[in-house]
Write a protein that binds this ligand. Structure first.
Ligand code: HQG
Length: 188
């Protein structure tokens, strides 16, 4: 069973294009589990309830969440469709991390970190996770976010149940490059 394929298919439907599988999402991102199972069975041979549960439970990043009654499923974050996720606001640690690549640094320096196609900028509390996120696109560049100071300035931060920090944007003067920081990144 190709768990990666199931996971990518679910991500596509539950974050970006539910209509591609004939699904509709509730305002907070939930899809009916039977509809999802029906769509999966049509898309990936041999994919049923057991395979779906295995993907949910073993997903390295815990991308998906089953409702308490197991009747619904949703992606925990990463949507481009409009959903109102009910993650609680939380006080971030002193610093958070974001992994990107060198080719994005100029625009990031000019306008800060933006959500791009997603609802939020995604940040992690550890450097290793940020490194993995950046490496998806090439050699990772790790940015350190002065999160506590940004929060103190009045900007909300949300914390998902799988430990991803979400916020609306990070202005450039709250960013620096991890280790060997370029002084230009710290300019006012
Ligand atoms: C960059 C995956 C130009 C930003 C990952 C990033 C993560 C800018 C890219 C999660 C910019 C957006 C999120 C600006 C930000 N100008 N580029 N002003 N501001 N960027 O995929 O953080 O596998 O939307 O640095 O592992 O890379 O899907 O965000 O490179 O956890 O569960 O624009 O998605 O998780 O890319 O990744 P993304 P991300 P999943």
């Amino acid at each position: 069973m190709d768990k990666v394929r199931i996971s990518k298919t679910l991500s596509f439907w539950l974050r970006h294009k539910p209509e591609a599988a004939g699904l509709s999402l509730s305002s907070d991102g939930w899809a009916d589990i039977d509809s999802v199972l029906g769509a999966l069975a049509g898309e990936i041979e041999g994919c049923g309830w057991e395979q779906l549960v295995e993907v949910i439970e073993t997903s390295d990043k815990q991308r998906f969440e089953l409702s308490a009654d197991a009747g619904r499923i949703r992606a925990r974050q990463g949507h481009s469709v409009v959903v109102d996720l009910d993650w609680p606001e939380a006080e971030p640690p002193e610093q958070l991390f974001h992994g990107t690549v060198a080719r994005f640094l100029d625009p990031i320096l000019a306008e800060g970190l933006l959500p791009m196609a997603r609802h939020h900028v995604h940040l992690s509390s550890d450097r290793v996770t940020a490194e993995k996120v950046g490496t998806r696109r090439g050699k990772a560049v790790i940015l350190v976010i002065d999160a506590r100071r940004l929060h103190l300035s009045g900007q909300p931060f949300l914390l998902t149940s799988n430990g991803v920090w979400l916020t609306s944007k990070v202005p450039a003067d709250y960013l620096s490059i991890c280790d060997g920081a370029s002084p230009s990144l710290n300019r006012p």
